[in-house]
Design a protein around this ligand. Structure first.
Ligand SMILES: Nc1ncnc2c1ncn2[C@@H]1O[C@H](COP(=O)(O)OP(=O)(O)OP(=O)(O)O)[C@@H](O)[C@H]1O
Ligand SMILES: [Mg+2]
Length: 313
């Protein structure tokens, strides 16, 4: 029996979220936010934290800076029950990454200082540790600049050890959508983009066409469509699952929480409609509190939310 249910190699940093700003941000003005939240951020770490909250045994590899923000992020992940024994602090000038989210009334601005996010390399990975698991998840493909050129090799090694693999590309800050992604698809079991990412990666405006294209490359493609829920395609079979109706505070980390909900069921062998439904419950739960993990780390609140929506976790 492997040590972990899921292993993840990726970024670990905080999100600083400012609420109540206007959508248009005029320069040279003193703009007032009415609420702030400093919370665990980064797609990889949010998936890890929330999978652990949902009962999976999770192992995590990352690099952070030797600074207070990195330490807070690390403490949060450890408090969530994730094994962080393979997270290393890098000395030197590079600080841990930080994402600042300016939440406007209609749009948000997302600004990331990558810091040590770009420093994680293939040589940093303990492949024996990552492979001692049933499943491997990889997030933020385009942010993993130090690792990206060897993700094919990483996935080959992980697959050879018998794990299944999921991939959430997240946004490409360069908006190029090129590189190695096409080469990694042969090793991916579950591909988890949002609707915009699915269209960008396939170079089409039409989401159905994008899904059909991706479904030829991976066994299962699941696309997150925000307040509309999620759609999926497996071969020629199409599925749709509506979002829950909730009072959303923000959607920061909702996609990562969806990934955690879906994967927790995928690993239990649940059928696809159940995987999608639990993904939507997890995504909705995330939106009810600021950031991607605040609603998950409150165990009583989390359990009550899942139970109220028909899921025993
Ligand atoms: N307003 C909302 N109401 C209910 N559920 C929501 C809402 N917004 C998002 N969700 C849930 O969260 C999931 C993920 O949302 P979204 O489409 O924003 O992902 P994403 O863009 O990948 O997010 P992220 O910013 O974390 O990368 C949705 O599929 C849905 O289940
Ligand atoms: Mg996402």
């Amino acid at each position: 029996m492997p040590r972990f249910d899921v292993t993840i190699a990726g970024e670990l940093n905080l999100d600083l979220i400012l609420h109540g700003l206007p959508s248009e941000l005029p320069p040279e003005r003193e703009l007032l936010a009415d609420r702030m939240m400093l919370t665990l951020g980064s797609s990889s770490a949010i998936v890890a934290h929330n999978l652990s909250a949902l009962g999976s045994r999770v192992g995590f590899i990352s690099r952070i800076g030797d600074d207070p923000l990195g330490q807070i992020a690390l403490d949060r992940l450890a408090a969530g029950g994730v094994d962080v024994s393979k997270v290393r602090k890098l000395g030197g000038d590079t600080k841990s990454g930080l994402t600042v989210i300016l939440q406007g009334d209609r749009y948000r601005h997302i600004i990331t200082y990558a810091g040590t996010i770009f420093d994680l390399t293939f040589e940093d990975l303990d492949l024996g540790y990552l492979a001692d698991s049933r499943h491997f998840h990889f997030s933020s493909f385009y942010l993993q600049r130090g690792l990206r050129s060897r993700v094919v090799e990483l996935f080959q090694r992980i697959k050879a050890a018998g794990l299944t693999i999921s991939l959430d590309p997240n946004d490409d800050p360069d908006d190029l959508w090129q590189g190695e992604l096409m080469k990694v698809f042969p090793y991916v079991d579950v591909f988890l983009p949002n609707a915009r990412e699915a269209r960008k990666i396939t170079g089409t405006e039409n989401l159905e066409t994008a899904m059909a294209h991706l479904a030829k490359l991976v066994p299962l493609v699941v696309v997150k469509v925000g307040a509309e829920g999620a759609i999926a395609q497996r071969g020629l079979e199409c599925f749709a699952s509506p979002a829950l109706k909730v009072n959303a505070v923000d959607a920061v980390g909702a996609g990562d929480s969806f990934d955690a909900g879906l994967l927790s069921q995928y690993l239990r062998g649940s059928d696809l409609p159940t995987c999608l439904a639990v993904g939507n419950v997890a995504g909705a739960l995330s939106t009810t509190r600021a950031g991607g993990t605040e609603a998950f780390r409150d165990a009583g609140y989390r359990q009550q939310f899942f139970r109220a929506n028909g899921v025993e976790v």
